[in-house]
Ligand binder design. Structure first.
Ligand SMILES: [Zn+2]
Length: 220
């Protein structure tokens, strides 16, 4: 799966909100950037920057190493994004979304829904029955909600996500395969070497055999 800018941003927004975007765009630009440089670049207080970094760190989306500042005697932390983990997080979220949508679809298909004409509330049959089919907000009579369009919409969304996940898995398989092929290629190259060494021996035997055979020798 290619880790596009959009995928990174999606993950970050879900975790830090829009506020995290400027921080992450700096991390994308430069690997191992100090938190002081980050704060300066995005014009935010160092404490806020640290807080955001620690949140991302808890999700395993960034890594750091620290160096001691010889003059000041304290440690400076240098941060970088961990793309593999961001990919993983993105896929995890997508699978969770898919599960939620599938559950929702099931509910929409098996339940009858009732809705207030002023859209204050939407209730299941049992809930509506309890209120004698009147809206708890405005008292209007509830009507049955035609949820066919909703069901179609959910089905469409599920199809899209399934397709995305499938193509991402395909891509990963391909990546894995080409990695394995590269490895196998290296092994092959190694195994060819001893065979090459044997070749001269073989040639010598053939030469000897040729020398011994007067017929072949005469044909030469
Ligand atoms: Zn109402």
């Amino acid at each position: 799966m290619r880790l596009t800018k959009k995928k990174i941003d999606d993950v970050v927004v879900r975790i830090l909100g829009e506020e995290g975007l400027s921080l992450v765009s700096q991390l994308k630009e430069k690997e191992n950037i100090s938190e002081f440089d980050l704060a300066k670049k995005i014009k935010k207080d160092i404490k806020i920057v640290r807080k955001m970094l620690y949140v991302l760190y808890n999700y395993n989306l960034v890594g750091f190493h620290r160096k001691k500042d010889k003059e000041k005697g304290w440690y400076i932390y240098y941060w970088k994004l961990l793309p593999e983990h961001i990919k993983f997080e993105h896929q995890k979220w997508k699978k969770e979304l898919l599960n939620r949508l599938q559950e929702r679809l099931e509910t929409e298909c098996k339940e009858l829904f009732f809705i207030c004409p002023s859209r204050c509330t939407r209730l299941t049959f049992d809930q509506a029955l309890e209120l004698e089919f009147h809206c708890s907000e405005c008292g209007s009579l509830l009507g049955q909600d035609e949820n066919e369009p909703k069901i179609r919409e959910i089905r469409k969304k599920i199809g899209e996500i399934q397709e995305e996940l499938r193509s991402e898995m395909e891509e990963e398989k391909k990546e894995g395969r080409s990695r394995m092929e590269r490895k196998a290629g290296k092994k092959k190259a190694k195994s060819i070497k001893p065979a090459k060494k044997k070749m001269p021996k073989g040639k010598k035997i053939i030469k000897k055999a040729l020398a011994r055979s007067p017929k072949v020798a005469s044909r030469k």
